[in-house]
Ligand binder design. Sequence first.
Ligand SMILES: [Zn+2]
Length: 353
Amino acid sequence: MSKVITAKEAEAILSQGGQPPAGSILTPSARDVFSRSDRQGGKSAPAPSKKPAGPIVPDNEFKWAPGSDPKTPADIEKYFRSPAIEALKVKICGIGRRIWEKDYVDGNGGNIVVRVGDNLALCTPTLISKGFMAPEEMCLIDLDGKQLAGERKRTSEAMTHLGIMKRQPKAKACVHAHPPHATAFAVAGVRPPTCMIPEAEVFLGEIGYAKYQTPGSPENAEEVGKIGVDHQAIIMENHGVIVWGKDVEDAYWKMENTDSYCKTVWIASQLGNGLHTFGADKLKDLIKLRRSLGMPDNRDGLRECELCDNADFRPGVVCQTPSKDAAEEKADPAVEAAVRQIADQILKQLAGK
Ligand SMILES: [Zn+2]
């Protein structure tokens, strides 16, 4: 079993100039200790003695000093094994486990990429179950996908993630998976409708829709990358979903939001009462709120009538109670007698009479 490292143990490890043992799990406060130390050049830093002045909002974004990417193979290797990167590897494995447990991936499906430098990203390897990854299996690549460190070969789908990261600097982490409900929309070629759930409009924005291209190909990176500039969640036609966020947990939440939204809309479409929207006027408030949280939205230029236009949404199956005529037809004794007669004849023939 993996050893769990507490904040106290992390301080002790750092004071001796060490690193967390490979495969160990860090508690959130231990992770903070390592990240703080890494930001201060690897020196053990005492925890701040003063309590924050007021309530805080956690910030898990991986930050680096622009222009500070390691250049030599030795420096790259050292960075790849630095406490902050080791902590991030553990975090990526945790997110992998969560997408696997949620049934968002099967087999070796899905992948995760986190930006860790001007031209550096940490990513999952190819041909691995996301539910059973170890920190030492992660890979370091540049933004062109060239592998710089790590024993396992990087995922081929990293190129799609990098297509977004190169165009949208706010995209610090991407998660790709095949969650069944959203992937069903991708297979049916249906864009999820809008103006139905306020939280989805704020935290996801409009879900983007990328035309099918071969997974891992430059064409897919181009198609998804362009759509990723304005959309944090993208349904990839006949494939799955890719989401981005300011950190890997934030990106993962958008995967949950996307699949849950598609699931709810799908269930609602079966209830036979049509789908109700809250209207363009209210959507404008939500877009404003989304913008105030620093998230992109390109719906400013749209006219009011276009904001909640779900004309393309065509649920395939709608639950219908049988009409009175259909119910009577079913109970027609003449029809039932005819069916019985045919069935009797077939049975006699089968019995050789
Ligand atoms: Zn895929």
